[in-house]
Design a protein around this ligand. Structure first.
Ligand SMILES: [Zn+2]
Length: 152
């Protein structure tokens, strides 16, 4: 039997359960597995001191009250989003420049010529993209914007 298989079978045993003959035989001949089993035994003994540990007072009520309070205080709009203002403005500029360059795109003009309905759908899609960007930006920076515009 391989060492790994022996250790798996050893770990499946309950604490205090006697070692089956195969495992005991392997431990007598394999110093590496014997050292691991000895380390497990020392660890289990060191944990025994905490087996009857009980907290001095019941902390559950206090912890649950703090969790409830934390849930009320955290607004999803006031949380610190990982995207910085520089990234927001940078992506907004990329969006704007991309839209300004659309009239110069020969491929897009060809597409509009081939599918005239695209001439209507494209401005609608661009308007939606701008509206979504503006809504996300405003929603995630409401504190900064209200301070900037002196609304507070
Ligand atoms: Zn072994």
């Amino acid at each position: 039997m391989e060492c790994e298989e022996i250790m798996e079978r050893f770990l499946e045993l309950d604490n205090g359960e006697g070692l089956p003959g195969e495992i005991a035989g392997h431990l007598e001949t394999c110093p590496r597995c014997a050292a691991q089993v000895a380390a497990f035994a020392r660890f289990t003994e060191s944990c025994a001191a905490y087996a009857d540990f009980a907290p001095q007072r019941d902390i559950a009520a206090g912890v649950m009250a703090r969790i409830a309070r934390a849930g009320e205080e955290d607004s999803p709009w006031e949380s610190d989003l990982p995207l910085s203002m520089v990234n927001w403005i940078g992506s907004g500029l990329v969006l704007l420049v991309g839209m300004l360059l659309i009239p110069f795109s020969g491929m897009l003009q060809q597409l509009v010529r081939d599918m005239p309905s695209l001439g209507i759908a494209l401005p609608i899609a661009l308007g939606l993209i701008i509206a979504i960007y503006a809504a996300l930006f405003t929603g995630s920076h409401i504190e900064t914007l209200s301070r900037f515009l002196r609304l507070r």
